[in-house]
Write a protein that binds this ligand. Structure first.
Ligand SMILES: NCc1[nH]cc(CCC(=O)O)c1CC(=O)O
Length: 364
């Protein structure tokens, strides 16, 4: 902690000596991360012409081959914590993230400073261009669907048990390439977040949008978050205008739900939220990994503040517990623990763990 403070103060003094204010934005290096960062960068340039804005991009542990040795402990935070260190040291002043990739609990003294207006939060189906099928339901038995999200897998297995789910990794453009190269990779379709495809101008690749009751999306999907230091009024003032009230409230509610249910392990949880006037409506689902067990609910509540949204998310979590989701959570946790034990053994023989699309932990 002391080293952060010293690094931060040194940085501030140097800046003072140089006169003009420079803001540094921290980001991952993926094309999607850079496209999202560009939105924030442009906003700052347009609204604060007297400030210099620089980018500091980093290939985070989560990005590097998307594979980590087990001793590194695969955690969702692998995507975020190296950038958070830079933030606390004052080497960057704000970080632009996909909210979906952020853990529900942030390090002390970091906070979400703004959440931008949500892009389309739905998942999208991309069918290989030479195939005629237009929906998951049209795909013939045995078709191979690529995704590495347990949430997507569980929901597809439940409705379409004859489809074959196969892990698909890599950044968004790479996944689209793998889909087209059937001879080498053997995929017939893949599922990606619509938001990522839209932001990279891949609208024309989308075969169909998936939504409830077929598929609920991940918590925070489609939203961009700006992470800042707590007690940094200067940066807070610069980014305030980026916050979109309804998106922030909907996402706070989703994150509160997940925080209450996840208990440290990754569970197939899907959500769908929308504002109808001042009423926030939330659909939420908890599934077993194979999709055979499901608990779902839909609740609406007047939600005027972020604190109320947080409270609402926790209430929806309680409702899911009342409806009996606990055995599913316990089962998922048990399987995870068994798998972890087996994998420690495998790791001794050289296996590794990786982080998938929704920040879940998988062994490869
Ligand atoms: N971890 C991958 C990730 N993180 C955010 C997005 C898409 C953009 C978003 O959901 O906001 C994606 C790719 C995907 O799931 O297809």
């Amino acid at each position: 902690m002391l080293s952060y403070i010293i690094a931060y103060l040194t940085h501030k003094i140097m800046e003072h000596l140089h006169g003009r204010r420079t803001i540094v934005i921290g980001t991952r290096e993926s094309v999607l991360a850079l496209a999202q960062t560009h939105i924030v960068h442009q906003y700052l340039l347009d609204n604060f012409p007297d400030i210099d804005v620089k980018l500091h991009s980093l290939s985070t542990s989560g990005d590097k081959n998307q594979i980590q040795p087990l001793h590194e402990m695969a955690r969702k935070a692998l995507w975020t914590e190296e950038l958070e260190d830079l933030l606390l040291e004052g080497k960057v002043d704000l970080i632009v993230h996909s909210l979906k990739d952020m853990p529900t609990t942030l390090p002390a003294t970091c906070q979400i400073g703004a959440i931008l207006e949500r892009e389309d939060p739905r998942d999208a189906l991309v069918v290989r261009p030479d195939l005629p099928y237009r929906s998951l339901g049209e795909l013939p038995a045995g078709s191979v669907v690529g995704t590495s999200s347990v949430r997507r897998m569980a929901q597809i297995s439940r409705l379409y048990p004859s489809l074959v789910l196969k892990d698909m990794r890599g950044n968004v453009p790479r996944r689209l390439e793998k889909l087209k190269n059937n001879a080498e990779f053997g995929f017939d379709a893949l599922i990606l977040a619509a938001a990522g495809l839209h932001r990279l101008n891949f609208h024309d690749q989308i075969t169909a949008y998936l939504e409830s009751p077929e598929m609920l999306h991940a918590v925070g999907q489609g939203a961009i978050a700006v992470e800042t230091r707590e007690n940094d009024p200067e940066i807070a003032a610069l980014i305030k205008g980026l916050n979109h009230g309804e998106t922030a409230k909907a996402c706070m509610a989703e994150r509160a739900l997940l925080r209450k249910l996840e208990g440290g392990c990754s569970v197939p949880i899907g959500v769908e939220t929308s504002f109808v006037g001042e009423e926030l409506k939330m659909k939420a689902v908890v599934l077993s990994v194979d999709g055979t067990q499901i608990v779902e609910t839909e609740v609406s509540q007047r939600t005027e503040t972020e604190a109320a949204a947080d409270e609402f998310g926790r209430e929806v979590a309680d409702k899911l517990v009342e409806l009996g989701c606990q055995p599913i959570l316990v089962e998922v946790e048990k399987k995870r623990a068994e798998k972890a034990a087996a994998d420690i053994k495998r790791n001794e023989e050289g296996a590794a763990i990786a982080i998938n699309d929704d920040g879940d932990i998988v062994i490869v």
